[in-house]
Structures are given as C-alpha cells and as structure tokens.
Design a protein around this ligand. Structure first.
Ligand code: UD1
Ligand code: MG
Length: 441
C-alpha cells in the first residue's frame, strides 16, 4: 500500500511573512495545492498532510482534501515525517495494514513542479527493487540551496552508497561543489523509517531532526536504499523565498504555455502570456500578447483573446468569442460568437450569442454592498459607453444607444431600444449601420 504524505508544518522563515509558506499563491493556486495533488494522485489512499504553523488557515483552505497530522513544534523535517507516519500507522493499522507493507511517499510541501510521471516512475523503481527507501535526486547545474549527496567513493564494497546528505548551511568548500542533490521527495517503507528514525540526532547548524539523516542512517544500517534521478531539472524547483517563488512561477508559466502550444492553442508571444494553473483552453483558440488568464477560466475553440485582456475566475468563453484590448471579464459567460473588443468590464454577466459589446461597455455589478448579475440575450447590440447597472436584463436583439445608462431593474424588452441617462425607450432606427456609437471592427 502506498500513502502520500506532504510536509507542510514549517513557517517558511525565509519568506519573511506571517502567512504560512504553503499558502502563498503560485499562478493561481496556493503552493500546497501542487504537492497535495501529486500525493492524492500517486497514493492509493487519501493523502495526509503534516501541519503546524498556521494550521487553522491551511485546514480551512483545504477542508476535506486530506487527513491532517499536527506537528506541535517544528523540530525539523525528520520529526515532521515521523509525526505523519505515526498518524498513518495508527489509522491504517486499525484496518489491518502492517508497517512492513505500508510505503509512504513523502513530499516536501514546497516542491510545486514535480510531474506525476516522474513520481510514477520512482514508485515503479521502488517496487521493482523491493527497496526500503528510495530518494529522489537530481544532478543540478547550480545545486545552491539543496542538500548535497555524498556517496562512498572508496572503490570498495560500499561504492556509491550514500554516506551523508549535507544541508547548505552545513556545507564546506568540498561538499558545496557536489552537484547531485536531494530533491526532497522519498518513498519509505514505514517499518524501516521507524527503525532508523531512532538513530538520528540534532547535531547540525540548525539543531533540527533532519529527514535526510534518516536516509543516511538507513544506508549505513544496511537497509535497501535506492535513488531515482529526475532528468528535467526544472521539476526540482523549491520555494523557500520569494525569489525562489518567482523563479518557480516563471518555470511553471513556461510549462503551462508550452503544454497549450503542444495541444493546439496558438500563443503569439509565450513570454507575455500569463495563464494560471487550472485554466482550460481548447485547441483552436488563440491568445495574443500581454494577456492574463486566471485559474478556472474556460476558453473554447475558435476564441481569440488579447492583446491586453484580463480574464478572471469564473469566465467562460463559448466558441468563437473575440475579446480585445483592455477588456476585463469576471464570473461571466459569453455565448458563441459574441464580441467585446475594446475597453470594457464584464462582471457577473450572462451574455448570449452574437452579442456585440461596444467599446467602453461597463457591467456595474457592485452597488457597494452586494454584487448582482446582468443578463444580455442573444443578438443584442450594446452601444459604446453603455453602463448596465445590475441586476438588469437586455432582451434578445435589443439595442442600447451610445452612452446609455440602463438602471437596475429597468429591463429592456426583446427587440427593444433604449438610450440616454437614465436610459428610456427610443424609436429604433431601421438601418442598423446608422445606429449611434457603434464600434465594431
Ligand atoms: C529540505 C531538505 C534538503 C533538500 C530540500 C529540497 C532536510 C533537512 N533538508 O531542505 O536536503 O535539498 O528540502 O527542497 O530535509 N517542515 C515541517 N516541519 C518542520 C520543518 C519543515 O513540516 O519542522 C516542512 C516545511 O513546511 C517544508 C518541508 O518540510 O514544506 C521542507 O522544509 P524546508 O525548511 O523547506 O527544508 P529545506 O531547507 O528546503
Ligand atoms: Mg524547502
């Protein structure tokens, strides 16, 4: 049996923030979301998370997503893993699982870029070799900030065996040069962990119980210890500081846009296109430069977005929608072939098909106390500079004149036309081309 365990009790001192490190946002999701998804996906039972610093905030944000184990005092990663594995054992032994049969995938809570395929391969290796422990490693061009693996190079029987993992603050001239690092992800047979945990101490610069020392003790004690090497260095990005967070965000952004390109989405300028985790963009859509697309946004095939557009959570663009410069959309659905090409805010809107939202259209969704929705039905034509004060409905094929302010509750009938401030019914012109204030392109 394989259980996922995420270590997330640390304060994250190097972030210099009161917010627990794992709640800091990374491209739309809190940091913890990434390792938690991995642990849930790879494990055969629901994941467990070790929490301590800021635990109430974390439990609230991730309610129902994990079992929790509390590390009252943050005494180090080894201690955190021990708290988590003890919690797992007491829960699973009640179901008849023995500690020799329980394998625990331990992931540091600050590793957001690991790929599921990498961990799947690591698990496969762990099982094939019948290991007591498998540690994920990487040969890095710049190993700064990671624990360095010191291997036996005596040429004797123990050749290649791990003899030490040296943390950055504990490195010296020689160990600092080692490029093979400890990534911060391990699979332990629970019984072996418990056995070798007893052997570790706190003789290090930080005076902590290091998880890495359990690895070393196991190797020294004759347990079957394997290493599995990550090939793609970007997967090992760790987040201890805002500088590292920014670096991880850049790598993740590149990965997300790269995946979109591979899937058939046209991205004119990847470097200026910001797509958060958990946005869904269909093949056949096109993103123009300087566009920000937040988590949870859905963009169907044939849509064009940008340049300079901001799509916030809850935005759904049906097929063929065109969104142009300086348009912000939030919590709104736009139906097929609808256009909002210039300088608009669409908030809490239900917009039908083939609607034209003229330049400067504003959905006034917030009255200072509550947010309300506006509905614009199929084929409506919203003139430039119209303000729709929510809640309000504009009927099918209805027209608003340039500069109209449509007050709340003053719904516009199907086929109707309104204009002025506040907007009142007006006689509709026959020729749509002569309608006032149209800005179409
Ligand atoms: C750790 C590893 C290091 C590795 C690096 C990779 C140790 C001693 N060092 O260092 O070898 O290269 O990760 O990213 O393990 N945590 C707790 N309780 C604690 C302390 C930490 O739950 O008492 C959690 C943190 O919230 C964090 C994770 O464990 O998510 C790792 O701790 P962190 O302080 O980031 O370890 P590093 O110094 O990065
Ligand atoms: Mg770390």
């Amino acid at each position: 049996m394989l259980a996922g365990l995420v270590l997330a009790a640390g304060r994250g001192k190097r972030m210099r923030s009161d917010l627990p490190k794992v709640l800091h946002p990374l491209l739309g999701w809190p940091l913890l979301e990434y390792p938690l998804r991995l642990a849930a996906e790879i494990g055969s039972v629901p994941p467990t998370v070790v929490i301590g610093h800021g635990r109430d905030l974390i439990q609230e944000r991730f309610a129902g997503r994990a079992h929790w184990a509390v590390q009252e005092e943050q005494l180090g990663t080894g201690h955190a893993a021990h708290v988590g594995i003890e919690a797992l054992l007491s829960r699973l032994s009640a179901e008849g699982v023995r500690s020799g049969d329980l394998h625990v995938l331990v992931i540091n809570g600050d590793l957001p870029l690991l790929r599921p395929a990498t961990l799947e391969a690591m698990v496969a290796r762990h099982q094939e070799t019948n290991a007591d422990l498998t540690a994920l490693t990487c040969s890095k061009a710049d190993p700064t900030g990671f624990g360095r693996l010191v291997r036996d190079s005596s040429g004797g029987q123990g050749q290649g065996r791990i003899v030490a993992i040296v943390e950055e603050p504990d490195t010296d001239e020689t160990t600092r040069q080692i490029r093979e690092v400890n990534v911060g992800t391990y699979i332990f047979r629970a019984s072996s962990f418990i056995r070798f945990y007893r052997e570790i101490g706190t003789e290090n610069r930080q005076g902590e119980l290091y998880l890495t020392d359990v690895v070393v003790a196991a190797a020294r004690g004759g347990a079957r210890v394997e290493t599995f090497e990550v090939q793609d260095e970007s997967e090992t990005a760790q987040v201890n500081s805002h500088r590292e967070m920014a670096r991880a965000a850049a790598l993740l952004r590149e990965r997300i846009v790269g995946d979109l390109l591979d899937a058939g989405v046209a991205v004119d300028d990847p470097a200026s296109t910001f797509v958060e985790s958990g946005a869904r963009i269909e093949p056949g859509a096109r993103l123009l430069p300087f566009t920000v697309i937040r988590s949870g946004v859905v963009i169907e095939s044939g849509c064009e977005v940008g340049p300079f557009s901001h799509l916030r959570p809850g935005t759904v663009l049906k097929r063929g929608v065109v969104i142009g410069n300086f348009v912000e959309i939030k919590n709104s659905t736009l139906g097929e072939d609808t256009k909002a090409q210039h300088l608009s805010y669409v908030g809490d809107g239900d917009v039908g098909r083939r609607v034209n939202l003229g330049a400067g259209t504003i959905f006034a969704n917030y009255d200072g106390k509550v947010k309300s929705r506006s509905v614009v039905r199929d084929g409506a034509f919203i003139g430039c500079g119209t303000i729709l004060v929510a809640p309000v409905k504009v009927g099918e094929a209805a027209v608003t004149g340039a500069g109209a302010v449509v007050l709340r509750g003053r719904d516009v009938a199907d086929g109707g036309a309104v204009g002025g401030v506040p907007a009142r019914p007006i006689r509709r012109r026959e020729d749509p081309q002569s309608g006032g204030g149209r800005a179409e392109s």
